[in-house]
Design a protein around this ligand. Sequence first.
Ligand code: MF3
Ligand code: CO
Ligand code: CO
Length: 247
Amino acid sequence: MNIKSAREIKLMKEAGAINYLAHKEIEKFIKPGVTTKQLDKILHDFIISKGGYPSCLGYEGFPGSACICINDEVVHGIPSNRKLKDGDIVKLDFTVRKAGYESDMTRTYCVGNVSERVRQMVIDTEAALLEGLKEIKPGKRIGDISHRIEEYAKKHGLSVVEELVGHGIGTKMHEAPDVPNYGEKNTGLVLKPGMTLAIEPMLNLGKKEVELLENDWTVVTKDGSPSCHFEHTIVVTEDGYEILTGE
Ligand code: MF3
Ligand code: CO
Ligand code: CO
């Protein structure tokens, strides 16, 4: 996989900052009654106003600026006239391109009063992402990240989606290598400074199995159980990592 220069990392950080700000902005609108299409439009206009481009739009024909998934939807939810309801969880996953460089960030949000069990799952999934990030430094391997996320998820009673994985990122949204959320320690590519990765655990409250809806985009859990998703774009540094989709 390719190593990014300081200039490239700076551009990815600019894209990532817009991604982060867009998440901050959209949080205000997440309430019962809002449609996922309305959220998509707000995100689209906000990202453009900050000088970025919502690069999910048109990616392999995807019709939205953001992937918006409710409850049992795991990834690639298409914005629609569906309204958020009290007690739902909603996942906003979107990329921002700026000056030819991509960033990718996902958060799961609670809508109104969410059950204690599901709220805990949201907390545990974000923690699983942050645990995985702790493995990142030069000399460590992709499998170390994967294993740490899997271990944390299982310890907290969550199952790991296997069909969907994190990835390298740069001028393209998806670059080598894959970063699975399960695996063996001390296996896979060795991390080096300048590598840029999107780490993104997708964890289910029920079984790990997923299926594709007839729209050929949206992936849902087979058993209908809720699924959570958090994602950051990071760069491997000399002594660890830096989150590019942060403040
Ligand atoms: N952001 C997704 C990811 O985490 C990819 C979305 S592709 C799209 O890899 F076409 F659905 F937008
Ligand atoms: Co994403
Ligand atoms: Co991603």
